[in-house]
Structure formats: structure tokens, C-alpha cells
Design a protein around this ligand. Structure first.
Ligand SMILES: Nc1ncnc2c1ncn2[C@@H]1O[C@H](COP(=O)(O)OP(=O)(O)OP(=O)(O)O)[C@@H](O)[C@H]1O
Ligand SMILES: [Mg+2]
Length: 236
């Protein structure tokens, strides 16, 4: 078993065709280890979300290779017809907005996907309560998302992303809607998860204050991805 969780080689993404095409990512190669929390930074429009969506098997690359864990999932084409299955089983997504379903309780939001994946209600509930306890919001399990604060809802969203025991967490600006203290809480939580559950986490952020909390920084530069040590970074 390798320690590598995500490996990308020569990834290219071009939107559109001919004269109107935009080449967003052009030959990106990098990897992320299990247990690592890596920040992904670049100016707006540089392709951060696009890159996450390709790794998450949501958006098809134009060419290149993607490995998730020990499995090669993309080699100039998807190597499986079941990208949805890979996504459901291996990946936890966290977004800027929490996207909790407003008419379900906190607990129901966290158990929805595991139950869709075939877990029994009891099993899904047990795991969800463990996660809600871990995030210190077990007392909100039967509340509706509208009665929670932004930071509490984001913790629920993280619990939901973990409910399936993913190998990889892809977080797209998870702290953008939070104040500094809450943002630091969320990023520290992501780091703790990375270590405790041996998960690789890629977190897109525009917030420089979050960078020292990450193990390493991936920067999209000239349509490629470069890896930078946290202490070397001076601006986002
Ligand atoms: N479906 C699409 N069709 C055409 N162009 C697209 C599509 N999705 C994204 N793009 C273009 O690709 C580029 C990268 O977009 P992306 O959303 O990945 O940027 P980003 O780095 O996440 O930006 P932000 O920091 O603003 O979220 C942009 O120029 C965008 O307009
Ligand atoms: Mg984006």
C-alpha cells in the first residue's frame, strides 16, 4: 500500500473548441499523501474548482492521468463507467455554502448518503452520532439547519462529508462564509481529520491566515501546479 492518496500526471483541461477554447489547466502534475492537509491557491478564475472537480470525478479532464488511492481512475479517458460510484465511495466534498437540505434534520442530512449507499439506518445513525459528537454538535442532531449558526452548519457539512469514510476530502473555500475564529476552527478540524482518519485533504482558500495551518501549498501557476512549503508563501 502506498502512502499516496491522490496523484495527477500531465492533467489538461480545455473548455470549448477551436478559437473560443480556453485552456485552464495545461500539464499539471502533483500528488497528495494520506494524512496531509494541502491548501490549493491561485487567483480567481485560475482553475481551482475545475481541478477539484476533475479529481472528484465530477468533471472530465481533456487528457492526463488521475490516481485515487491505488486505483488509476483516468487515463486520457475514465477507466470506469461508474465515476459516480468512485465519487460516492472515495470522496467527501465540502463547499463554501454548506448545502444542507433545509427540510431534513442535522442527523438526517448526515445519514442521507450512507443510506443511499446501502448502509442500514442504525449503522448510518451510529456513525453520524459519532461524527456529530466529534464535532461537538451532537445536541443539534434533531434540529433543522436553519436553527444553527453558519459555523455549526459548516461542521455538520464536514460531518456529512466524512460519513462515508472517504479516502479523500475536497473542500472548495470551506471557510469563505466564516469569521476568522470559526475559519481557524474548521481548518484545524480538517487537519485533525487528515491525521486521525489518514485522509488526504485538498482545501481551496483565498485566506492567507489559513495557510500556516496547512502542511503544504499547491499553487496554480501558469496553468500548472507547483508545490510550495507553507513558510515560503508570501501572498495568495
Ligand atoms: N463549464 C465551463 N465552461 C466554460 N468555461 C468554464 C467552465 N467552468 C469553468 N470555466 C472557466 O474556467 C476557468 C477556471 O474556472 P474555475 O471555476 O475553476 O476557477 P477558480 O480558480 O475556482 O476561481 P474562483 O476563485 O473564482 O472560484 C474560468 O475562466 C472559467 O470561466
Ligand atoms: Mg472556484
Amino acid at each position: 500500500m502506498s502512502t499516496q492518496s491522490i496523484k495527477v500526471e500531465n492533467l489538461v483541461k480545455t473548455f470549448g473548441q477551436g478559437e473560443n477554447s480556453i485552456n485552464v489547466i495545461d500539464g499539471a502534475s502533483f500528488s497528495v499523501e494520506k494524512g496531509e492537509l494541502v491548501a490549493l491557491i491561485a487567483p480567481s478564475g485560475a482553475g481551482k474548482t475545475t481541478l477539484l472537480m476533475m479529481i472528484g470525478c465530477v468533471q472530465e479532464p481533456t487528457s492526463g492521468q488521475i490516481y485515487l488511492g491505488d486505483e488509476k481512475v483516468y487515463d486520457n479517458k475514465w477507466l470506469t463507467r461508474e465515476t459516480r460510484k468512485i465519487r460516492r465511495e472515495k470522496i467527501g466534498f465540502i463547499f463554501q455554502a454548506h448545502y444542507l437540505i433545509p427540510f431534513l434534520t442535522v442527523l438526517e442530512n448526515v445519514t442521507l448518503l450512507p443510506q443511499t449507499n446501502g448502509k442500514s439506518k442504525l449503522e448510518a445513525n451510529t456513525k453520524a452520532m459519532e461524527l456529530l459528537t466529534y464535532f461537538d454538535i451532537a445536541d443539534k442532531a434533531h434540529s433543522m439547519p436553519s436553527s444553527l449558526s453558519g459555523g455549526q452548519n459548516q461542521r455538520v457539512a464536514i460531518a456529512r462529508a466524512l460519513a462515508n469514510n472517504p479516502e479523500i476530502i475536497l473542500a472548495d473555500e470551506p471557510t469563505a462564509a466564516l469569521d476568522l475564529t470559526r475559519s481557524i476552527d474548521v481548518v484545524k478540524m480538517l487537519k485533525k481529520i487528515a491525521i486521525d482518519q489518514n485522509v488526504a485533504v485538498i482545501m481551496v482558500t483565498h485566506d492567507e491566515a489559513m495557510l500556516p495551518l496547512c502542511d503544504r501549498i499547491l499553487k496554480i501557476d501558469n496553468k500548472k501546479v507547483i508545490s510550495v512549503a507553507t513558510k515560503e508563501i508570501t501572498s495568495v
